[in-house]
Design a protein around this ligand. Structure first.
Ligand code: ADP
Ligand code: MG
Ligand code: MG
Length: 882
């Protein structure tokens, strides 16, 4: 087996495709070498050595030492220097490098190979004693910290004391003699503290550093990072040993980092920083102010650019930028060093970028002929789009964070604080921007959530009512903010840091980070720019699955269409019942003593429902609309407060006492599994009849009067046995036929069901005989498959996820092994008895990229998600096919 891969002078054993074996850094150093870029010679010890090392109780595989020695000789030959030679010493850097860049891994060691003898050689060669000792002391500091485990501060203190003694402030003001003394003092301190001497032998230094890189693979930071990012321990890290080049030998030397395009905007502009006479990561360390690479965007106060100071090297670097982009066909993040006027490349990798930049770079590169449309689509991660679809905080603005909660729904918003939904609504009507602050929200707060710019709750998790509804509305929400104490009675909340916010005070929320800030922090609006539209156009060419939206109102439906939804996959009719002007009639219907009373109340609701559906159908202009009949248990609509009960008792002409009894009677111990869904339709058929009538009258009217084409899809929720569906279907068909006969209009309608109970999935072949379509309600299906209620799961689910008992919150990402298996079974069984069965999903998962990809693999016709996630689902559906 080959353990060591050489690179230098235009030839390399490895290449960019060998990231698994050589790590990202090593593979790209090899690649840059073979395409002729100036890379200091060196070699890479493979990740397999790391794996072997841990398999064999931390022993290196036989033959490794010899291979390293052979490759070191080859580097020496190329450089015309010798490792450890007193006259002409080769110095190297030792750099770690896993497949994916990983914080927690060992820091790079520079200038390795220096000791009291070799430093003389460096002085002789460079003619610069100060440089030589500066390099030497840096090496001792780095090595003792990274390899020997000395605390950085201990040597740093010696340095500070030296400066004090000399009465100077800057490192650069110390003399050669000072540095010389310091190197000695450092070594003494190391011996005192650790009880072992600093290694003088270059060979020992090298193996010490190699051992430290492998050792760092199993340090606690690295292990934790791998766990959080599901990187397997078997991957291992590589070690790169590379001859040093010096950016700190004078004013014709420099070191720098750059992006081949602007990583925050994506603009095709060479973006970077450099420092004259500096080494390693001085640029990012913030010791001196770095200077811009080019002049084009010079701002007043900027230091002179590299274009002006080192014009020849600048021109070389510009050429390399072009070569790298043509070669990698992606934006690169590079590190370089200039030694006495000569440019060297030390690293390249695909640059990290914002969503905006990802889209611009992808679209530009297609136009430049560098990549094709498919590649461009794959370059943008679906979840990244979320950043773009909501307003965000102006990154340049100052902010004072007073509390932090869960980032429940992205976007940023500011407004004056209100504590009730009614107040939010009335303030919004006056044109004021408000933030609704609640301990928790419930369905009765929906109108206030609609009216508010953002929602802040003290309690509840990522799947609490506030979080789910806010995401659905595309509204910013910070939930479960335990840092605040809400005091409704005195109209204020207190943050952990003591800040008191009264009703009427202004705060800002960032739903992407969970931060709550004092005052109004400026935001910038989302823009579905030209590039965004171009990319989404390609996305739509490649995907197979359709994407619909979950929308309950014409307003949501319009948003959904603007984001490219191809229909409504779920319209929840109950949200229409909560409106202030209707709730009385709804309550009257529920509390009616008999069927006549119920019919009387339903007759009041009918025209309103019909109006809702007309609005929705008009907005969707002939696209499919799936309407779910009433689903929640009735007590959700009932008044709880005495004054509301009394008021209702007057309008209904019954005693408050009777009503109170009725409310108590309707109470359920476990409403999620109670009298809801089609169980309501079965026991109170007149409710569903009214809804079907409203749907069909709306459709018939639009067909007759406005020439619309509409195929309403009537959806029966929570079916568990076929008989429920056949009953509900028969009723619905009778109503539909009656309405069509009355209007003398023919409308094609579909009647289908939600599959949201395990029994329904298991008996889907039978259920499909009564259904024109299935829609997997994966929220309830997840609850009922796991046997957990998401309102109570907050007490243990986060613990489960943190401790890897389950990989991901199953309400965020579909549990493919369990719930997903039921979806697959339901799909296949359903299609087995009805080949034309239309199948989609309408849970929150419809907007989660990995769940969307799963749905595509099962073969579903569409996914349906909240309007603001429609572009994400479209992109994910395209990724699924590419
Ligand atoms: P990281 O993975 O943290 O980026 P690197 O291995 O890239 O660490 O090293 C950090 C910096 O050290 C590089 O950006 C470069 O400036 C400097 N460096 C590394 N190797 C050499 C070398 N052979 N010659 C000169 N500078 C080097
Ligand atoms: Mg680093
Ligand atoms: Mg680097």
């Amino acid at each position: 087996m080959k353990y060591v891969y050489f690179f230098g002078a235009g030839k390399a054993d490895g290449n960019a495709k060998m990231k698994d074996l050589l790590g990202g850094k090593g593979a790209n150093l090899a690649e840059m070498t073979s395409i002729g870029l100036p890379v200091p010679a060196g070699f890479t010890i493979t990740t397999e050595v790391c794996t072997e090392y841990y398999k064999n109780q931390k022993n290196y595989p036989a033959g490794l030492k010899e291979e390293v020695a052979t490759n070191l000789r080859a580097v020496e030959d190329l450089m015309g220097k010798k490792f450890g030679d007193p006259k002409n010493p080769l110095l190297v850097s030792v750099r770690s490098g896993a497949r994916a860049s990983m914080p927690g891994m060992m820091d790079t060691i520079l200038n390795l190979g220096l000791n009291d003898t070799t430093v003389q050689g460096i002085i002789a060669q460079s003619g610069d004693e100060r440089f030589a000792y500066d390099a030497y002391r840096r090496f001792v500091q780095m090595y003792s910290d990274v390899v020997m485990g000395m605390h950085k501060d201990e040597l740093e203190q010696l340095l500070e004391r030296k400066k004090e003694a000399r009465g100077v402030h800057l490192d650069t003001e110390l003399t050669v003699a000072d540095w010389k003394e310091l190197v000695g003092a450092f070594k003494t301190k190391i011996q005192e503290t650790l009880g072992v001497p600093f290694p003088e032998e270059p060979e020992a230094q090298l193996w010490g550093a190699i051992g430290a890189v492998f050792g760092s693979w199993m340090n606690q930071r690295a292990i934790t990072y791998r766990k959080l990012n599901s990187i397997p321990a078997e991957w291992g890290t590589a070690v790169n040993v590379q001859s040093m080049v010096f950016g700190n030998m004078g004013d014709d030397c420099a070191t720098g980092v750059a992006f081949t395009r602007d990583p925050s905007t994506g603009e095709n502009y060479f973006y970077g920083e450099y420092l004259v006479n500096a080494q390693g990561e001085d640029v990012v360390a913030g010791i001196r102010t770095p200077q811009p690479i080019n002049r084009a965007k010079h701002k007043p106060g900027d230091l002179p650019s590299m274009e002006e100071v080192l014009p020849d090297c600048y021109q070389q670097l510009v050429k390399i930028r072009e070569i790298l982009e043509k070669h990698y066909r992606d934006m690169q993040d590079i590190e370089f060093t200039i030694e006495t006027g000569k440019l060297y490349m030390l690293q390249t990798r695909n640059g990290k970028r914002t969503a905006k930049a990802a889209i611009k770079v992808a679209v530009d590169m297609v136009n430049e002929g560098l990549i094709d449309e498919k590649t461009a689509v794959l370059r943008v991660a679906p979840n990244q789009l979320d950043q773009l679809l909501h307003p965000s905080l102006d990154p340049k603005a100052d902010k004072k964070v007073i509390a932090k909660g869960l980032p429940a729904s992205p976007g940023a918003a500011s407004g004056t604080v209100v504590f009730t939904a009614d107040e939010a609504e009335s303030q919004a009507k006056l044109g004021n921007k408000v933030i609704l602050v609640r301990v928790e929200t419930s369905p009765e707060d929906i109108h206030g959530m609609h009216a508010a710019q953002g929602i802040l709750t003290a309690r509840g998790g990522m799947t609490s009512h506030a979080a789910v509804v806010a995401r659905g509305m595309g509204k910013c929400c910070v939930a479960g903010c335990g840092d605040i104490k809400v005091d409704y009675a005195s109209g204020k909340f207190t943050a952990k840091d003591g800040t008191v916010i009264n009703k009427g005070d202004v705060i800002t929320l960032d739903g992407g980070t969970g931060e709550v800030m004092l005052g109004a922090v400026p935001t910038v609006a989302a823009s579905a720019s030209g590039d965004f539209a171009t990319l989404m156009g390609w996305v739509d060419k490649f995907r197979r699955m359709k994407v619909r939206a979950n929308a309950d109102t014409p307003h949501d439906a319009r948003t959904a269409r603007e984001f490219g939804a191809e229909g409504i996959g779920l319209c929840r009719t109950e949200h229409m019942f909560f409106e202030a002007s209707r709730i009385a009639a709804v309550r009257e219907m529920i509390l009616a003593a008999d069927i006549d009373g119920r019919r009387k109340a339903l007759a009041k609701i009918l025209p309103m429902q019909k109006g809702d559906f007309i609005g929705l159908f008009r907005e969707m202009k002939g696209l499919p609309v799936t309407i779910r009949l009433l689903d929640p248990p009735l007590h959700e609509f009932l008044p709880q407060e005495d004054k509301d009960i009394e008021e209702l008792s007057r309008t209904m002409g019954v005693s408050a006492q009777t009503l109170r009894h009725k409310v108590e009677f309707l109470h359920e111990f476990n409403p999620m599994l109670g009298h809801r869904g089609c169980r309501l339709g079965v026991t109170f058929p007149e409710i569903y009849d009214m809804q079907v009538q409203a749907i069909m009258e709306a459709a018939c009217e639009l067909v007759r009067d406005e020439g619309f084409e509409i195929v309403p899809e009537i959806m029966i929720p929570l079916v568990s046995v076929t008989k429920e569906l056949s009953l509900m279907r028969a009723n619905a068909v009778a109503v539909c036929e009656e309405v069509m006969a009355r209007y003398k209009v023919k409308v094609n309608y579909l009647i289908g069901t939600m599959i949201e109970l395990p029994r329904a999935a298991i008996t889907a072949d039978s259920i499909a005989t009564e259904a024109d379509f299935f829609s997997f309600g994966t929220n309830d299906l997840t609850q009922t498959t796991f046997g957990l209620s998401r309102d109570d799961a907050g007490k243990f689910l986060p613990f489960y996820v943190e401790n890897n008992i389950i990989e991901e919150d199953p309400f965020v990402s579909l549990d493919q092994d369990g719930v997903g298996a039921l979806v697959k079974m339901g799909f296949e069984k359903g299609r087995s008895t009805r080949a034309s069965l239309k199948v989609g999903i309408c849970g929150e998962h419809g907007g989660d990229p990995s769940s969307v990809i799963f749905c595509d693999s099962v073969g579903l016709d569409y996914v349906s998600c909240s309007p603001f996630r429609v572009p994400i689902a479209r992109l994910a559906a395209a990724h699924a096919t590419l």
